[in-house]
Design a protein around this ligand. Structure first.
Ligand code: HEM
Ligand code: HEM
Length: 186
């Protein structure tokens, strides 16, 4: 299977990045929603450990998003299936661009939130990253709110995007899903 995209289908690198990031992003939304609902205090360190894992996985997502953006800019973009009405082509491309914006904005607001709280962000436990904003209780609260709503928006867009992909595959029986599937021929 070719590494690079062609006009007809996605190549191995784009497919690997797409599906590994789908797993990572879904895990981040699920862990985020779960951990904020755990009680704060006590001897139970579960909440703290989950927040640490969430932050490290979130920074990995940022690195993967940067790599993916670079790969997308340096590759041809496979055509959408021909039979789509113009508004659906526009909606699909708009959704894909919105995904890129969210893939970058979510980790960045998470990082800003931690900087504002005065807690350094580590990259996979290897080294600490610099603070993005100064310590401030007010900006900390603001970034929590933004991060939360961006997280909800990403969840909603994933649901819509996955439903559209499954409708193409099972309902319209076209190549939309197979061209993003490893090994499958269009
Ligand atoms: C694509 C990456 C990310 C996604 C999809 C994501 C998603 C989420 C979601 C859905 C929540 C729960 C919000 C709520 O219901 O209140 C959350 C909370 C949180 N996230 Fe992320 N996150 C990401 C990256 C990061 C990063 C990189 C950091 C920090 C470096 C981070 C730090 C936090 C913290 C500290 C909370 C808890 C906030 C609170 O105490 O209310 N996140 N995240
Ligand atoms: C979980 C179920 C998912 C399914 C079934 C799915 C399916 C697909 C399919 C079939 C395509 C090819 C569309 C085409 O070009 O005609 C695609 C592209 C795309 N998907 Fe997903 N996807 C899923 C999750 C996600 C997630 C979580 C993201 C979040 C980043 C995402 C972001 C994208 C982007 C940005 C593209 C355009 C190609 C690119 O620029 O990388 N997808 N998806």
């Amino acid at each position: 299977m070719p590494l690079r995209n062609s006009a007809e289908r996605y190549g191995a690198v784009a497919i690997l990045l797409h599906w590994s990031m789908a797993l990572v992003l879904i895990a981040l939304i699920a862990s985020g929603l779960y951990m904020v609902r755990l009680p704060d205090a006590g001897f139970d360190t579960k909440k703290i450990s989950l927040i640490i894992y969430h932050k490290e996985l979130g920074m990995l997502a940022l690195a993967l998003a940067a790599l993916r953006l670079a790969w997308r800019v340096g590759n041809v973009l496979p055509r959408l299936v021909e039979h789509l009405p113009d508004w659906q082509k526009l909606a699909a491309r708009f959704a894909h661009l919105t995904f890129y914006a969210l893939m970058l904005a979510l980790p960045l607001t998470g990082w800003m939130m931690s900087s504002a709280a005065g807690i350094p962000v580590s990259f996979l436990g290897w080294f600490d990253l610099p603070d993005l904003v100064a310590y401030s209780e007010r900006s900390f609260r603001a970034f929590i709110g933004i991060h939360k709503w961006l997280g909800y928006a990403l969840g909603a867009l994933i649901a819509l995007h996955a439903a559209a992909a499954l409708r193409h595959h099972w309902g319209l029986r076209d190549e939309t899903l197979t061209k993003m599937w490893p090994g499958a021929r269009s």
